[in-house]
Design a protein around this ligand. Sequence first.
Ligand SMILES: Cc1cc2nc3c(=O)[nH]c(=O)nc-3n(C[C@H](O)[C@H](O)[C@H](O)COP(=O)(O)OP(=O)(O)OC[C@H]3O[C@@H](n4cnc5c(N)ncnc54)[C@H](O)[C@@H]3O)c2cc1C
Length: 258
Amino acid sequence: MYAKTIDFSKFSSIKIGQPTEVLMIENGDVIPDDRYLVGSANNLLISPAPPPLMMLSKDFAYIQKNDGMLEIGAAMPTGRIVSYAKKHNIAGFEFCAKLPGTLGGMLAMNAGVKKYEIFNILHSIQIDGNWIKKEEIEHGYRFAKLKGIATAARFQIVQGYSQELNDALRNLRANQPKDPSAGSAFKNPKGEAAGRLIEAVGLKGFRKGDMAWSDIHANFLVNLGRGSFEDAKYLIDLAKEKVYKTFHISLEEEIKIL
Ligand SMILES: Cc1cc2nc3c(=O)[nH]c(=O)nc-3n(C[C@H](O)[C@H](O)[C@H](O)COP(=O)(O)OP(=O)(O)OC[C@H]3O[C@@H](n4cnc5c(N)ncnc54)[C@H](O)[C@@H]3O)c2cc1C
């Protein structure tokens, strides 16, 4: 393992943070249990004083066929997984196009689009060197209790990559803001859309400093320039407070605040 300084104001998708020392984990290292693991920071909001951080090095960015299954390292970026699936005519990964992050981030968040979620196609995850079948892992809408750091995952190989599905899911993204964000700020409450609730309390397009609830999709907290952690946190707390007062619904953050 080795230390590396990462400037989260550039690295994170929401462009908030500061240069921070991160411990890079290499193949064979014992993974520390007192550090927070960052994937590629597409779902994170980094405070001025985050906990000690670590990341998986490129040793964990691989795809190989193993025992008739596809084994993918947890540091593999989703874009490269989709390219591989397309090249080898493998079905199931189409929804990962335009879903920024690493496989590890997808597993921890059970990331997905509409009915397509990573756990649907998953066979097992390697945690602390052990392969754990998905049936043994508690998971649901945008969460999975991994009980450790995922270093790789296996998927059954199903032939038949669908360009049509890829295109259809990409088109769904067309209504998403282009400004830097960390994706949806809140999970959708059961039977509701967080964006609709934020809009209903008058916060769609509401701005504090350079941070705003997007005027394109109200559940996206966007950075319009030099947005700060403080302004982002203010807007998150404000939305929670207003939605609770009006609808008695407690919004739960999807983004992780460190
Ligand atoms: C523009 C935009 C659109 C998005 N659209 C969607 C969408 O449609 N659907 C959706 O589900 N998400 C969406 N997201 C959120 C994001 O793409 C996913 O959550 C993605 O899976 C995050 O991956 P990451 O590697 O960046 O993880 P990070 O943001 O770095 O981390 C997310 C969480 O995963 C944990 N984690 C990361 N790697 C591992 C590992 N190896 N083992 C254990 N835990 C790990 C981290 O500790 C953290 O808790 C969007 C984000 C953006 C910026």
